[in-house]
Structure formats: structure tokens, C-alpha cells
Design a binder for this molecule. Structure first.
Ligand code: HEC
Length: 119
């Protein structure tokens, strides 16, 4: 009887750990750090958690991210998508290039992060 509340506490600790572990896996190799990078540089247009906004297409449930190779996605982020190559005609502005603002390693980690959102 006395053990009952203790067991309950253990269960909550276990649940909490489970939440931490599962969010870690979801955010891919870059983990929480990449998530922060995404939220600070990309979410303005692509939405919190990649939900999309009027300024950028969503990165969840994304046909492009599911089908394109890592290299293709990498190129869109590094070099942007120019106005003439734009695929989302309803969005006024193109995708800006990030080559001067992010390292290749950071871009690769972001590619993995976005791919993981679509697995
Ligand atoms: C100023 C707004 C803006 C910011 C900031 C921005 N993007 Fe974009 N992004 C866009 C727009 C607009 C498009 C769609 C361009 C088009 O019509 O093809 C796009 C397209 C993309 C695509 C291709 C998606 C698809 O479905 O074709 C990827 C991948 C992407 N962005 C990644 C990123 C990443 C990673 C960051 C942060 C480093 C970022 N974007 C920051 C506006 C933005």
C-alpha cells in the first residue's frame, strides 16, 4: 500500500523520459540544436515545426521532401529557388539562398531534419 504512490511517481518519470527520447529521435542527427536553427532561420516563412505560412510552403506532409534526394533539397537551401524557378506561384517571394549565412554542415543537418519530418 505504501509503495503505491512511489510506483506512480516512477511511472511519470518513465513517461517523461519517453517524451524526451522520442523528441530526440524525431529531430534527427542534429537533434535539438538543428531544431533551434530551423525555428530561428526557417520558421518565419515555413512555420513553427514546418507547418507552413503564407510566405513559405509546409515542410510536413511535403511531396518534395519525400521524393527529392538529399542533394536536391540541399541545393534548394544553399542556392535558394529563383523567381523564375518558383514552384509555388501563390507565394509572392522566392526561397532565399543560405550559402552566405549557413555552413554546408548546418545545411546538411537541416536537410536531415526536414527529411525526418516526412518519414
Ligand atoms: C523569406 C522566406 C523564407 C525563408 C526565411 C526560408 N524559406 Fe524556404 N522557401 C521559401 C519559399 C517562398 C519557397 C518556395 C519557392 C517556390 O515557389 O518554389 C521555399 C522553398 C523551400 C524548400 C523547397 C520546398 C518545396 O516543397 O519545394 C525547402 C527545402 C526550403 N525552402 C528550406 C528552407 C530552409 C531549411 C530554411 C531555413 C534555413 C528556409 N527554407 C527559409 C521561403 C523561405
Amino acid at each position: 500500500m505504501i509503495l503505491q504512490p512511489l510506483k506512480l511517481k516512477g511511472f511519470f518519470v518513465f513517461l517523461l523520459l519517453l517524451v524526451f527520447v522520442s523528441t530526440g529521435v524525431e529531430s534527427g542527427a542534429g537533434g535539438v540544436v538543428t531544431g533551434d536553427l530551423y525555428e530561428s532561420k526557417c520558421a518565419n516563412c515555413h512555420g513553427v515545426g514546418g507547418k507552413g505560412t503564407a510566405m513559405g510552403p509546409p515542410h510536413i506532409d511535403s511531396k518534395f521532401l519525400r521524393n527529392a534526394s538529399d542533394e536536391e533539397v540541399f541545393k534548394v537551401v544553399k542556392y535558394g529557388r529563383r523567381a523564375s524557378e518558383k514552384q509555388y506561384k501563390k507565394i509572392a517571394l522566392p526561397m532565399p539562398p543560405w550559402r552566405d549565412r549557413l555552413t554546408d554542415e548546418e545545411i546538411s543537418a537541416l536537410v536531415e531534419y526536414m527529411k525526418a519530418l516526412n518519414k
